[in-house]
Write a protein that binds this ligand. Structure first.
Ligand SMILES: O=C(O)CCC(=O)C(=O)O
Ligand SMILES: [Fe+2]
Length: 344
């Protein structure tokens, strides 16, 4: 019994370097049970050196002065507009109902490089080619995963999801985000001390998450066991020389699949208490993509029963009526979420 519970919460590590129906099935299985999966880093898709270099750059950036960072404040024109730029310490709350104070973290958001990269402060500006390469390799990995999901769900067009994320075709809400969580002693003063990022689900389709070995803290909420489960940085250090890339399903894939894919609630806690850096690539579809249920033989067989509860709580978070048939576009959905997070 205990053994099977452990198995139930273990997030699988999947090698997608040779895509096949079987690999697609594994991705779908993880996405519809945990909402989280690890992709084995083949060393090529997102070179580990680029990941390390990005973390070094992030460290350098966050150690620059607040004045320098504030010149590129989130949503400011100088930073390229809505949802781009620097989020100061405690500048946002991912769980406004559950937490009195903002999250004890800083962040910097970078939008898609089409038609061009947004204006960046130093030292990010002098590493724009690394940033661009990183964004492009993250997007390529997301596209591969979206294709595998289309294949496994047997949508009439297997590229249904992937083609809606072709950023060369128009604007999207995609954001590459660098995160810095200062050590516990320098973070917030009062309550909420144990939480670094409040409980939330992600707003996009897919998120790629990069973390640093030795800097734990991410936890997912297992609805089945009603507990918080830590997500290791490297679940298998003895066999995987590079930490695998963590992927989680966001709200939009959950909408598209009537809740079959799980947009699992997660948070970051202070476990360990030291400084922590992470990077997230929030992959979003084109702004005008409609969040309607996709045609899929697999979904039809599941009879819409899977994930109905999850979908209901998602609609509630968005202020949509439960039985409302209103179909949002990706942009309308994102605007609603940003309004709650930032009071826009
Ligand atoms: O820092 C992390 O590990 C996760 C952050 C996260 O979940 C988010 O920013 O959406
Ligand atoms: Fe998240």
């Amino acid at each position: 019994m205990a053994h099977s519970e452990v198995e139930n919460t273990a997030i699988p590590v999947i090698d997608i370097s040779k895509p096949s129906d079987e690999v697609a099935r594994q991705v779908l299985e993880a996405a519809s049970t945990h909402g989280f999966l690890f992709i084995q880093n083949d060393g090529v898709t997102i070179p580990p050196k680029d990941i390390n270099d990005m973390f070094k750059l992030s460290e350098k950036f966050f150690s620059s002065s607040d004045e320098q960072k504030a010149a590129y404040a989130i949503h400011s024109d100088k930073a390229g507009g809505t949802n781009r730029g620097w989020v100061k310490m405690a500048g946002e709350s991912l769980d406004p109902e559950g937490q009195k104070q903002g999250d004890p973290k800083e962040a910097f958001n970078i939008g898609p490089p089409q038609p061009h990269l947004q204006p960046l402060p130093s030292p990010l500006s002098t590493s724009s080619s690394l940033i661009l390469r990183f964004q492009n390799s993250c997007h390529a990995l997301c596209t591969s995963i979206l294709s595998l999901l289309g294949t496994a769900l047997e949508t009439p067009d297997p590229s249904y999801f992937a083609s809606r994320h072709d950023q060369t075709l128009g604007p999207s809400g995609t954001i590459f985000r660098m995160l810095y969580y200062p050590s516990a002693s320098t973070a917030t003063k009062e309550d909420d001390r144990s939480i670094r990022a409040g409980a939330h689900s992600d707003y996009g389709s897919l998120t790629l998450l990069f973390r640093v070995p030795g800097q734990p803290g991410l936890e997912l909420f297992s609805p089945k066991n009603q507990t918080w489960v830590p997500v290791p940085v490297n679940p298998s250090p003895s066999t995987l020389s590079h930490p695998p890339i963590l992927v989680n399903i966001g709200d939009l894939l959950s909408f598209w699949t009537g809740g079959m894919l799980k947009s699992t609630v997660h948070r970051v806690t202070f476990s360990g208490g030291g400084e922590r850096y992470s990077m997230a690539y929030f992959c979003h579809p084109l702004d005008d993509a409609k969040l309607e249920r996709v045609e899929s033989r697999v979904l039809a067989q599941a009879d819409g029963k899977m994930g109905r509860e999850e979908l209901r709580s998602q609609r509630k978070r968005l202020g949509l009526k439960e039985d409302d048939e209103e179909v949002l576009t990706a942009k309308e959905h994102l605007d609603r979420r940003l309004r709650v997070t930032y009071g826009l």
